[in-house]
Design a binder for this molecule. Sequence first.
Ligand SMILES: NC(=O)c1ccc[n+]([C@@H]2O[C@H](COP(=O)([O-])OP(=O)(O)OC[C@H]3O[C@@H](n4cnc5c(N)ncnc54)[C@H](OP(=O)(O)O)[C@@H]3O)[C@@H](O)[C@H]2O)c1
Length: 393
Amino acid sequence: MKRRLSILGVTGSVGRSTMAVIEELRAQGGDISVEAITAGGNIAALAAAARTLQPAFVAVADPNLLDAARAALPGIAVGAGESALAEAAARPADWVMSAIVGAAGLKPTLAAVRRGAAVALANKECLVCAGPLLRAEADRAGAVLLPVDSEHNAVFQVLTHPEAVERITLTASGGPFRTWTSEAMEAATPDQACAHPNWAMGAKISVDSATLMNKGLELIEAHYLFGLPPAQIAVLVHPQSVIHSLVHYADGSVLAQLGAPDMRIPISYTLAWPKRMKTSAARLDLAELGRLTFEPPDEGRFPALGYARAAAEAGPRATAALNAANEVAVGEFLAGRLGFSHIAPLAGEILDGLESSELRHFQKTPSSFDEVEAIDQTARAVARRVAVAHINA
Ligand SMILES: NC(=O)c1ccc[n+]([C@@H]2O[C@H](COP(=O)([O-])OP(=O)(O)OC[C@H]3O[C@@H](n4cnc5c(N)ncnc54)[C@H](OP(=O)(O)O)[C@@H]3O)[C@@H](O)[C@H]2O)c1
């Protein structure tokens, strides 16, 4: 296999798993070269990745770190700031891993989509913010969106007859607080929220998993990615994270993808697509596992799921606003200022206030990426105000 690729967010959890898959592919004789890599501000980890991957170009998001990045990366072209991230994505790689966290990933991902690359999409927030526009852009440019999120990757793998799909079921581990009472969750700390039972992930997605907002964002992601109405997307708690999602067909058949909870599997699927490659991920031994369990999500203790479903029903302005509010709330929680139990209600308040806040001035379905950015910025401003009220309450 011959591939030239770029990794946006190389220093993160998905970025590191991507490097591990590349190493395996090289060990199998794959001819992999690297065009560009990016990070937010972790120069030491970025330099270490650059030594391994030998990219032609490196970008760091923080513009104040240009000199530090240059000093750490002698002999490599380096850029800093938003435009450098977009340049990294726009450079000629035939496969781009989109693994920046949050809405910050939208512009670089768009740059890769616009030149018709195969885009491995880990960053769900860019679809949540701008799903219909991004899909249209991909169609126009001939770009392929390959879902990396294990649930969407599972659906993608078993989507044999899209015209005959009745519904899909996204599975959810339930997160670290699956069995906690609402009272106990009120005192939950960032360390407890980030201690996911099955997956080792970045802080933001870990907190999203703890509130179940991650599953809500995934419901919106699936809605935009697979073109299914929200009512045809169910969520099922499956604590073992072995069945990664299911597709229910009109003839009564249900197809699922199973595997160990290891991101190298979905990442490898997108890298080798349309073929498959060998990975050293743990093999599934169902006899050893003995049993798999399932339960409905408790939307009373985890209201985020309901807010996300309501946003998906309301349209792209609502999903972009929900995402922005959630990013603000999670940031405040991780900084130790906002209680865990306030995260989802804060996002819900922004959604409830769509027609009474500054957000009412925007179209329900934004027609440009500039409009999406304006919705994102406005929703953040409103959410910061609401966060202050929650913190002082
Ligand atoms: N982790 C998983 O298993 C998993 C599974 C499915 C989907 N995802 C999705 O994949 C994305 C990444 O998740 P993750 O767990 O890998 O996150 P992570 O470990 O926090 O890594 C985030 C990456 O984004 C970079 N970054 C942070 N802020 C940035 C900014 N403002 N501009 C540009 N780059 C920035 C980080 O750089 P620094 O290191 O320099 O800060 C890092 O490279 C998320 O959208 C998540 O929902 C993750």
